[in-house]
Every structure is written in structure tokens, then in C-alpha cells.
Ligand binder design. Sequence first.
Ligand code: ADP
Ligand code: MG
Length: 250
Amino acid sequence: MKNAILISLREHLKALKLSSMASGIETHLRQAKESGIGYDEFLLDLATTELQVRAENRLTRRIRDAKFPLLKPVETFDLNAVPDLDMRLFRDLCGCNYIKEHRNVIFLGASGTGKTHMATALGIEACKANYRTRFISGYGLVNELLETRETRDLSRIMQRYSRYDLLILDELGYIPFSKEGSELLFQVLAERYERGSVMITTNLGFADWTQVFGDPIITATLLDRLTHRAYTINCPWDSYRLKQSIKEKK
Ligand code: ADP
Ligand code: MG
């Protein structure tokens, strides 16, 4: 008899899509009997577990969909190594308000200064806050757009990139784009303008962006929109990698 109740209960919970409650019901029941907690506390425990598991699964999904090349959370970023970083701004950005406000973030600095690391860390914070996040290199995105243009899936891909709450474009500036490539990237960024946040890491000062996008008018329009209401984080310090290898040699 008892068993029949448990079986129906589990089925009902599954039908209600409360799968953690369904799978945990027996253990929770046993524990409740042992500890003698009341019905209310028992149900609260069960519901809390369901919520926790859901939050964990959601975070795992967000992080998987973001496609970070390496998972480098903010705790692994040594703030002591970058005393010139605007700490207040960086901590603020960890709070993700800029995403709510559809503002952009631009990391500007030489290779090895931690731009990708910081962008990844902020991306992970965005995932934790349940924002749809995507990390991709500028070159990777342009290539994807150029490839899909040939398969006529372009508008679907464009739409996908306009739907992320935070789009992180890494390493803009190392490789210049073709005319078509810049125009496609321009379209993606134009779609997102004031609708979703873009985070960029680049080694190029704004004055040199024409080198990447080719056309000076496209570049000027793009920069105008990207930098409007954006936070710029300058990283003028020496390469972290270089400092580490000097340390190791000593
Ligand atoms: P960039 O993107 O500016 O070229 P990266 O973010 O790739 O630089 O950093 C180069 C390497 O140094 C990476 O392995 C990164 O994790 C590490 N690194 C850079 N800055 C820090 C830091 N402040 N604390 C810990 N690791 C750092
Ligand atoms: Mg980088």
C-alpha cells in the first residue's frame, strides 16, 4: 500500500516536472521519519532541493552555451598583480548591472595583460546571474557569418547573436577583416546597439580600428555606437605571462 502511494507520488511529481523532488522523495521521507521534522519542514526541504538543483543545472547550461575557451572564474584573477586596474569599476562589473543597462565594456591593452581572463571571469558572473552569454573571438564570429552567408542561414545566425544578453568578442584587432566580414560584423553589432551588451578585448587603440574594419566610415560609425555609454578598461601594465616567466627564471 505504502509503496503504491510512493509510486503515484513519484509519477505525479515527474508529471509536474519536479524531477529532483521525485528522485529525492524516498531519501527525504526516510530522513524526515528519523529526525521527526513536521510536514511543513519536510516539504520545504524537498522544494529547496528542487530549486537548488535547477539553479545548478541552469548555470551549467549557461556556461556550456557561452563556450568559454577556458573556465577562468574571477577568484583565479590576481588583483594584486594589476594595481593599476580600476578595482571599483571591475567589482561593479562583476555585479552585472551593465548588462541590465545594455552597456558595453571594452578592455584595451597589450597581449598577456589579462584581458581575456577578465572577460571570461565577467562572462561567468553573467552566467551566474542567469544572463544568456556567448564568448567568441572576433575572428571566429566573422568566419561563422561568412560561412553561413553561403548557406543562406545568415538571418537565423544574426538573430541568435542579437538574442544574447552579453556577447563577448575576444581579440578584436589581431586579424583584419575582409570588406564583407566587417560589414557582417557591423550588422551584428548594429542589431545589438542599446539592446544588449557587447564586451570587447582588443590590443588596438581606437585610432587604429580602421586597420581592422577597412572602411573609415564603417569604423567611425561602429566605434561611435560601441563606445556610447561604454566602460573602457585600460590595461597599460606589463604582460602577466612575461612577469611570471621572469619570476620563474629568478
Ligand atoms: P590577454 O587576453 O590580455 O592577452 P590573458 O587573459 O590571455 O591576456 O592572460 C595571459 C595569461 O596570464 C593567462 O593564462 C591568464 O590567465 C594569466 N593572467 C593574466 N593576468 C592575470 C592575473 N591578474 N591573475 C592571474 N592570472 C592572470
Ligand atoms: Mg586575449
